[in-house]
Every structure is written in structure tokens, then in C-alpha cells.
Design a protein around this ligand. Structure first.
Ligand SMILES: [Zn+2]
Length: 318
């Protein structure tokens, strides 16, 4: 795999450097207690018994590290490995499989698989700041079908309105031209499932473009234009869905080529990963380092409960 990750960076090999790097991202304004929030009355704990990176809060009298309150907490995976895995995932346009990750970071496959899901969780934008689009802006919307059994993969999406039994899952995405994407795992393509997403996430003054399936939302926006794919029309002046189709092609090449199979319960995390890389892409002047730093920052305040994963959830290696 070609990668722009500088593997000689000491944060990937030196535990103290890795910890300091994470602390600087976690606590840009200085160390504070994750339990009670106090800034002033925290002190580094010296001494060999605890190891480096432990702090003590004189207000609530608890001990903590920078990993407390993040998805790294209680993982026992060295910070060097978390950082390397995150940087590799951020630099791989089509994603990186758990097998590849396992080989590159030198931890067991199941551990790599588990880390990848946690890192994806860090990439999820749980509180999008503002709706997409606005006056004079264009947002393209469309759905695509991912996953499913090999024998169903060539099934034409237009004949698959009833996809029961094919094992395919539906991703519904909104892309602002020259801007950001937001993808959703939806149970069906109906006004009932799509309207709440569109209402919450697209400014009403936006010009929305879709293919001919988009008639279901036509009244919601200032302007809505469609290209009629069913009669072979793909571009009519400014009216097209090329942006979102480009995004779907990256998503599908990644999911089919790299991940091979994406289960229903994890699709939202894979979508988060591809959305994240698209939104932090180099054409928006985001560097690989900035993208990885943002992914690391995203682990703060998120806790993964693995009730929704399978029972083979691996024990972390000590
Ligand atoms: Zn405290």
C-alpha cells in the first residue's frame, strides 16, 4: 500500500512521544480533570509505580490519564499503535482492511479489527454544526446499495426497490458541491425515511439536485432539479449528480475492494470513515497530518459500548 504516513515519526515508536502528542491534542488548553473538570488543581504523578502519564486531581481526588473519557480508555493498546493505525486509516483513500492494519501495526488481527472500529467511531460527526447548502448553493442527493451477497451484486439498483432478501443495505448521502458530505444508513428509500434527514440537514434555500427518483422531496426546497437517468439523461447544464456519483464510486470501491463485506450493524461506521476522509480531503487544503489529528481528537467524549457488535469481541492484549 502506498502511503504518505511518515513511519519514522517517533510518535509511532516512542511511548512517551506518543503520549505527549495525544495529550497536546486532548488538552490544547492545559491538563484538566476529566471527572470534575478542574484545571488548576491537577498534578502529574511521579514515581515508578504508576508509570508516566498519570495525573491526580486535588479537587475530586481521582487519578487519570489522557485516555480517560475517550475511546482509548481501558484498551491496553499502546498509544503508539493507536496513533499509527489512525494515521494509516486517514491516509488510505479506499480504506485499509483489518488484515492490512494487523500486518502494518504488528498486533493480532482481532485487535486490529477492533481498533479500526473504534477509530471509525472517532471519525463520526455526532453533532453536525449546521445544515448543508444555503442560498445559491447546490446539494446533490442520492442513494446507493452496498454489501450483500456476491450473486446479488450486479442487480440493477432501480429494480431493487424491494431489496428484501438480497442482503444489501442502503446508504443515503447528501453532498454539497465543493463542500461536505453526510451519509446515512437508511432502512428504505421512502419519503418517510428520507424527509427527516433532508429537513434536518439541508438549508431550505438550497438548490437540490437528484436523479429522477428525487421527486419525493421536490416540494421541500427552494429549487429542486432532476436529471432523468431512466431515459439516459445525465447532465443538463448545471443539473447533474456527478459529485455524489463520484463520492459513491470511492465509497463502493473501498467497501467492495478493501472491506469485501460490510455487515448491517457496522455500516454506519464505514460510512463515517468515508465521509470523514472526504470532508477532510486534500482539495480542501487539509493535510494528512491535520486529518489524522482531527481523527485523534474525535475519540474524546465517545465511548463505544460493544453490545451492538458480535460476541466474538476480542479481549485486548496486555
Ligand atoms: Zn477532579
Amino acid at each position: 500500500m502506498s502511503t504518505t504516513v511518515n513511519l519514522t515519526n517517533p510518535i509511532f515508536t516512542d511511548l512517551d512521544k506518543a503520549r505527549e502528542h495525544f495529550e497536546a491534542i486532548r488538552w490544547p488548553d492545559g491538563t484538566y480533570c476529566p471527572f470534575c473538570g478542574t484545571f488548576d488543581r491537577v498534578a502529574a504523578l511521579g514515581g515508578k509505580s504508576m508509570g508516566a502519564g498519570w495525573y491526580h486531581c486535588k479537587d475530586c481526588r481521582r487519578k487519570f490519564t489522557a485516555a480517560v473519557g475517550t475511546i482509548y480508555e481501558r484498551s491496553h493498546i499502546p498509544m503508539t499503535k493507536w496513533l499509527l493505525a489512525t494515521h494509516l486509516m486517514c491516509a488510505s483513500k479506499k480504506g485499509i482492511s483489518a488484515h492490512q492494519l494487523h500486518r502494518m501495526i504488528g498486533l493480532p488481527y482481532k485487535t486490529a479489527w477492533f481498533m479500526a472500529h473504534r477509530i471509525r467511531e472517532g471519525m463520526r460527526d455526532l453533532t453536525p454544526a449546521s445544515p448543508l447548502g444555503g442560498e445559491g448553493k447546490v446539494v446533490e442527493i442520492d442513494e446507493t446499495y452496498v454489501g450483500g451477497k456476491e450473486k446479488n451484486k450486479h442487480r440493477n439498483k432501480r429494480s431493487a426497490n424491494n431489496i428484501g432478501g438480497t442482503g444489501k443495505e442502503i446508504a443515503f448521502s447528501l453532498v454539497e458541491r465543493g463542500g461536505r458530505v453526510r451519509s446515512h444508513h437508511v432502512p428504505s428509500v421512502t419519503a418517510k425515511t428520507l424527509r427527516p434527514i433532508l429537513e434536518a440537514q439541508i438549508d431550505a434555500a438550497t438548490t437540490v439536485m437528484s436523479d429522477d427518483g428525487g421527486a419525493r422531496v421536490s416540494k421541500m426546497f427552494a429549487k429542486h432539479a432532476t436529471v432523468n437517468h431512466s431515459i439516459g439523461e445525465y447532465v443538463r447544464g448545471e443539473v447533474h449528480t456527478n459529485t455524489i456519483e463520484g463520492y459513491f464510486s470511492i465509497l463502493k470501491r473501498g467497501i467492495i475492494g478493501t472491506y469485501h463485506h460490510v455487515s448491517q450493524q457496522h455500516l454506519k461506521r464505514y460510512l463515517a470513515e468515508f465521509d470523514f476522509r472526504y470532508n477532510e480531503r486534500s482539495t480542501l487544503n487539509v493535510t494528512d497530518l491535520e486529518r489524522a489529528t482531527k481523527a485523534v481528537k474525535g475519540v474524546v467524549g465517545k465511548r463505544v459500548t460493544y453490545q451492538d457488535t458480535n460476541s466474538s469481541y476480542p479481549k485486548m492484549a496486555h
